[in-house]
Design a protein around this ligand. Structure first.
Ligand code: ADP
Ligand code: GLC
Length: 480
């Protein structure tokens, strides 16, 4: 049995801004199901959704501040979660990274370097728990300094660093090295330095014993200049210690048979019942209720990565088709304005809901016929897997985890029972529009459509195999 400390800046259902939270809330559970001893550590943000089961584990003074390690459990599990309680850095409203207006907190470098230092103290068993992990598993730049700092410790645990998104690197001015109290020997071009900036993500990429990414395709892509943001050289250099392990999904939460957020539950044998979620969705977002029209869904952070600009380009053509479009998301203000403008122009066709809404997200997955995910890059992506599980056919671009989890529909894949979506190649609105036309043809072929839905719903997206892959990796690391 391995002792694993999972270091993360968000975990569902405690706090979530994106897929990292989904993974942090579900991979530890899958590891626990494989009989591993996993604990999470995250900052005690003001916005955490905690129940009453929280107690103090340890108190200490660091940098002249009183801080505590609190302990709670990941809801619906027995997995301990350690909360780094420091009012100065984490007791603000807003989300983990930004204020309520979406501006990054000006002291993010201080906040997350502090979090990393405390995680190292815990990892070195200096909080009186007599629990020293075999593996410290870090995620994205917010925990990037952990492998770097641990590399300076004797008898340290092995470290794994998972890249969920290389686009976010935690780059700060070099002068922060001093104010952050980061040991000077980590400052060099092979270490935390990146073009004279301090790079948190390099702490993971340069110092972790092993790097993983969240899909095999993305592991290859980030070794190229198109996806590497200047880090491709380092990643190629470390390629023997870099692997892609596809994410799973939490099949308890995302299960159309038991989902408490949706109007009508269903499974692959009763997929015809899905239409009752469609009419409920139309009703909820005030679109004309019509069982026959093809409903396109999209749930996303509205950022360049997600290819929303291509969707905006296609919408004026799409409204001439027998379709409706429902989007739930938030992000780039100019994109939000353009979307709202289109919804005002075509109120019978387009419904836009800005903001974060978990219940509506589930209803869109259940109620839409087609899910749009034309990302320019996508390390893994979760919604295309949720969609398939709900018999909602995804249209995805052939990149990263989208390429690894959706099988394009062709005569061949329909015949061999693998067709589960539509995959297009080029990041151009013209290619997306062709894919949309292709899906509309298939939507009007009920027998084929039903086959695609059932293929998609029967696919195995559970964590089991991926959790086993992580476990093999942990075991190999501890051999050396
Ligand atoms: P990323 O992490 O890049 O945002 P993923 O596909 O991995 O992309 O995960 C996004 C997660 O966040 C999914 O669970 C998705 O349903 C959820 N999500 C994104 N935007 C919203 C929103 N506005 N309301 C509710 N859930 C959202
Ligand atoms: C990131 C990626 C997304 C991935 C998620 C969880 O946010 O953008 O593709 O699914 O992390 O690994």
């Amino acid at each position: 049995m391995k002792k694993i400390l999972f270091v993360t800046s968000e975990a569902h259902p405690l706090i979530k801004t994106g897929g990292l939270a989904d993974v942090s809330g579900s991979l530890p559970k899958a590891l626990a199901e494989l009989s591993q001893d996993v604990r999470l550590i995250i900052p005690n943000y003001q916005g955490l959704k905690l129940n009453n089961d929280v107690h103090t584990l340890f108190s200490m003074r660091v940098d002249n501040m009183d801080i505590k390690i609190l302990e709670t459990r990941l809801p619906d599990s027995s997995i301990p979660v350690w909360l780094v309680d420091c009012h100065e850095f984490f007791n603000y409203p807003g989300n983990p990274y930004t204020d309520e207006e979406g501006n990054p907190w000006p002291n993010n470098a201080e906040r997350f370097s502090f979090f990393c230092r405390i995680a190292v103290i815990c990892a070195m068993d200096k909080i009186g728990q007599h629990w020293k992990p075999d593996i410290v598993h870090c995620n994205d730049w917010q925990s990037g300094l952990v492998p770097a700092l641990l590399s300076l410790e004797k008898d340290r645990p092995a470290t794994v660093f998972t890249v969920h998104n290389l686009a976010y690197q935690g780059l700060f001015s070099a002068s922060r090295m001093v104010t952050l109290n980061v040991p000077g020997q980590l400052w060099n071009p092979e270490g935390l330095e990146f073009h004279n900036m301090l790079s948190f993500i390099k702490g993971g990429l340069a110092y972790a014993d092993c790097i993983t990414t969240v899909s095999p395709s993305y592991a290859q892509e980030i070794q190229t200049s198109a996806f590497g943001y200047g880090l491709e050289g380092l990643l190629r250099h470390r390629k023997d210690n870099l692997i892609g392990i596809i994410n799973g999904i939490d099949t308890d939460q995302w299960n159309p048979e038991t989902d408490g957020y949706i109007h009508q539950r269903y499974n692959a044998d009763s997929v015809h019942d899905k239409v009752r979620n469609k009419t409920e969705l139309q009703h909820r977002v005030q679109l004309p209720v019509n069982e026959n029209v093809a409903v396109f869904g999209l749930i996303s952070r509205l950022v360049e990565q997600k290819g929303i600009d291509m969707v905006l380009d296609c919408l004026p053509e799409m409204v001439n088709m027998p379709m409706q479009f429902v989007l739930l998301g938030s992000g780039d203000k100019s994109v939000e304005i353009r979307l709202q403008h289109l919804a005002e122009l075509y109120p019978d066709k387009i419904a836009i809901r800005l903001g974060y809404d978990e219940s509506l997200a589930h209803l869109i997955e259940a109620g839409a016929d087609i899910f749009l995910m034309p990302s320019r890059f996508e390390p893994c992506g979760l919604n295309q897997m949720y969609s398939q599980r709900y018999g909602t056919i995804p249209i995805v671009r052939k990149t990263g985890g989208l390429a690894d989890t959706v099988i394009d529909t062709s005569t061949e894949t329909l015949a061999n029972g693998t067709a589960s979506g539509i995959v297009f190649n080029d990041a151009h609105s013209g290619s997306l529009l062709e894919a949309i036309k292709r899906v509309m043809l298939l939507y009007n072929m009920p027998e084929q459509w039903r086959k695609m839905q059932v293929n998609a719903m029967r696919k195995d997206f559970t964590w089991r195999q991926s959790a086993q892959a992580y476990l093999r990796l942990y075991e190999n690391l501890n051999k050396h």
